[in-house]
Write a protein that binds this ligand. Sequence first.
Ligand SMILES: NC(=O)c1ccc[n+]([C@@H]2O[C@H](COP(=O)([O-])OP(=O)(O)OC[C@H]3O[C@@H](n4cnc5c(N)ncnc54)[C@H](OP(=O)(O)O)[C@@H]3O)[C@@H](O)[C@H]2O)c1
Length: 157
Amino acid sequence: METVFVIGRRPLEIKAAFQRKLRLIQIDLFVSEAIDHIHQQLSGIKLDYIIFSAATEMPLKWFCEITSEEYDNAFLLNLKIPFFLTKALLSNLNEGARLLFLTSRLSSSPEIGSVIYCMTKSAVEIFSAGLNKELGGKVLSCSVIPGVVDTEMQQRL
Ligand SMILES: NC(=O)c1ccc[n+]([C@@H]2O[C@H](COP(=O)([O-])OP(=O)(O)OC[C@H]3O[C@@H](n4cnc5c(N)ncnc54)[C@H](OP(=O)(O)O)[C@@H]3O)[C@@H](O)[C@H]2O)c1
């Protein structure tokens, strides 16, 4: 049976309903050793798919009110982590593996008060498209706009 590795901070809640073997790598992606830890946990494991979902919609503010720390946090979680996690896990990927990056319609149509989120999603889309070219067809990458989904992020928005 295929194994699905889930990276997140909270314990898994969906185990019973899920048909595949699940393994949690419980870590806060904000901690500096996060990528090394994930790399270590997946040592020797071959992957067919990676879905990059974790992101923050914060800060929800007019751009003049955004601090340097808030800017850095959003770019860290939404862009730098996917970038360097892809790099770290490249040797784990089987030929023909797929990378999927979750993006948003806001990547091309910003709304007032969410400019940082929009910028990070825009950059993620370019990263995904660039990866496709640089990986020469051995690994395929794409980004997808999931549409409005009733999640915790959507409730906060
Ligand atoms: N919901 C929508 O309508 C919508 C629309 C367009 C695009 N999207 C995109 O879809 C993706 C998922 O969104 P969502 O609505 O499911 O968001 P969400 O409700 O906020 O869930 C975010 C997920 O990311 C994980 N996560 C967040 N910060 C983390 C951290 N520091 N370390 C480790 N894991 C972290 C969380 O797991 P833990 O809490 O366990 O850490 C959680 O599973 C995002 O990229 C979002 O931009 C969503």
